[in-house]
Design a protein around this ligand. Sequence first.
Ligand SMILES: [Zn+2]
Ligand SMILES: [Zn+2]
Length: 418
Amino acid sequence: MTIDSYAPAASDLVGLYQDLHAHPELSFQEIRTAGIVAGHLRTLGYETTTGVGRTGVVGIMRNGEGPAALLRADMDGLPVAEQTGLAYASEARGVDSDGHEVPVMHACGHDMHVSCLIGACRALAENRHTWSGTLMVVFQPAEEIWAGARAMVDDGLFERFGRPDIVLGQHVVPFPAGLLALHPGIATAAADNVKITMFGKGGHGGLPETSIDPVVMAAATVMRLQTVVSREVAGVDTAVVTVGVMRAGTKANIIPDQAELLLSVRTVDDGVRTRVLDAITRIARAEAAASGATEDPQVQLMERFPAVHNDEAASARTRAAFTALLGEGKVIDPGLIPVSEDVGLLPTASGAPCVFWLLGGADPTAFAAATSAGDLGNIARGLPVNHSPLYAPVIEPTLSVGIAALVTAAQTWLPPTT
Ligand SMILES: [Zn+2]
Ligand SMILES: [Zn+2]
């Protein structure tokens, strides 16, 4: 099939995409989304199971002899207040796992992933002569809290539905729409979430000399943590240390007795990971000592997930199919991207190779001046990025290309028996 042949299928799905965008749901609360997904799968003739790993949905279509290919999309939104100004912008609110009411937005484009996979499910169901084998489609909950893939695996995903021969998936990013990006080898970084609790001594805001101020301790720690990557990691290595949460206190005139920092740490090499985590612990302890704390801070490793490893041979085969579909120059190698994705658990748990690519979703006119991959990266950095309240992909050609990429990748692994 050529890329143009996907446009009619995609145009039907614009309404679905806009509806999903307007009704995002938080991690493990994807009830409405899962219901819509299951409805489509059943209509299309997939054996459909809901409630896999809490809110996940699995669809199976058997189409004769051949291997099994797993296509995966994630479904959850984020606690972000949308500011895109789009006609179909979200005004949704939800309650997070701590019981706080929060705004909810599809700020990471998972609504696009769901729409593309439903489009691919339809194209593959309607064109069974173009493939042979078993299609296993996985709509995963809770990617944003790195728990959904784990929940589905722990709920017997591969024991109940079989082991695939390949795991395929995609993520929309602010590269030009119309483009696919695929990096063989380690494609995304490993991620660790770290929680630091610092203990001071509470007191009156007017009498700081009677207290040990954990706010200052935490603030100094945040600044000093900036030196981990810049001073302790070699220029040729990859590492990111981000403090995403800093929490302390209730009132301007009370010095609280503790402060909490939540960090996101991205690394590729295990040795670098150990060095970075050791440095974080050392700095937290030293700053506490510098403040005169009488108790060491607690440094806890929270969630962790491995890097996504794109199988070299499988990537080359998929890339060739993408190039045949879109043309030379429309499939780029973006290099390693230091974001993380829990899709990596699916190949790890099933033993199948993985190919995970990036789907361009930014208005291509923004990139008109780009003449090289470096230009492309620089322009992309100036655009709203995933998780921003301003992030939203352009619907077309993102949707058509996303559907076509999934169908093409599946067909590459499930060739028709002649
Ligand atoms: Zn995300
Ligand atoms: Zn995402």
